[in-house]
Design a protein around this ligand. Structure first.
Ligand SMILES: Nc1ncnc2c1ncn2[C@@H]1O[C@H](COP(=O)(O)OP(=O)(O)OP(=O)(O)O)[C@@H](O)[C@H]1O
Ligand SMILES: [Mg+2]
Length: 257
């Protein structure tokens, strides 16, 4: 196995110019609990990066800093050549960071099209351009190969995987540069999980940068180009997926390097 300390260590150094996000020495304490301890990561444009680690290792805390939901005590995040000590949710949004939360934040009483355009509805004069939203929603879902039977059905009646599809489409609708997913399939059965990962494969084909937190190592292996391993608040290593295997990764998560 080849362990990569930093992206700059890669033989083709040009990758460093394709950096999408640079996380530099982020630390965060909650009272006495050290949630993050000097975490650094480099996320390359167009790559699917996975973050793995045991429960409580700091993955969600890190994700919340990328989305502006939590500020670090120390450290900074560099995105698009701008450095942030305190990245706000609004700024993160402006920079194209899109996150899908586990609860998906969908409105169960609205249909797929209305959910995809939620908060940014298309208008025709003073009226909602419902037809146009339906057409564009259909195009977007087809483009991502997301199968949703009936766009006029309220999403409360859709399956978990279908709801996930709607949430992915919404996240990618406008100016998305990075899609962040924290445990996207945690509450799902096998079939739905597979379906969601198929959708994510499609997103990957679109060359979107992705950051996925998951405990499902097999799926991580299917989708990620690079895997960051967290342990007790530290990022202990990152490795190219092609240079490791699930067994080795499992050992690293449990026992460290
Ligand atoms: N708001 C908070 N207040 C107090 N402690 C917190 C808070 N958020 C996280 N922690 C603690 O910080 C540590 C890291 O939590 P975090 O949620 O980042 O872990 P995680 O890697 O996402 O775990 P999991 O795999 O279970 O989702 C844990 O010990 C957790 O209890
Ligand atoms: Mg978590």
């Amino acid at each position: 196995m080849k362990i990569q300390g930093k992206v700059d260590d890669l033989p083709h150094g040009s990758l460093a110019h394709n950096l999408m996000v640079e996380i530099k020495n982020l630390s965060k304490k909650f009272n006495h609990i050290v949630a993050l301890n000097q975490v650094s990561m480099q996320i390359v444009q167009g790559e699917a990066a996975a973050i793995v680690g045991d429960n409580g290792s700091g993955k969600s805390t890190l994700i919340k800093m990328l989305t502006g939901d939590l500020f670090p005590d120390t450290g900074e995040i560099v995105i698009a050549n701008q450095s942030f000590r305190r990245l706000s949710p609004r700024k993160a949004m402006e920079l194209g960071i899109r996150v899908m939360y586990q609860d998906l934040s969908l409105d169960n009483y609205k249909n797929s099209s209305e959910n995809i355009f939620l908060g940014e509805e298309l208008m025709q004069g003073p009226f909602l351009a419902k037809k146009r939203m339906l057409t564009e929603a259909r195009q977007l879902l087809d483009h991502l190969h997301i199968q949703t039977p009936d766009l006029s059905e309220v999403v409360g009646n859709l399956s978990g995987g279908q709801r996930q599809g709607v949430a992915i489409a919404r996240a990618l609708r406008k100016d998305a540069r990075i899609l962040i997913l924290d445990e996207p399939t945690a509450a799902m059965g096998m079939t739905e999980t597979e379906r969601v990962f198929r959708m994510l494969q499609q997103v990957k084909k679109e060359k979107k940068t992705m950051v996925i937190v998951s405990h499902n190592l097999l799926q991580v292996f299917d989708i990620a180009d690079r895997i960051f391993v967290m342990k007790a608040g530290r990022c202990i290593t990152n490795v190219l997926t092609k240079d490791t295997n699930p067994y080795e990764l499992h050992t690293m998560i449990k026992e460290g390097l």
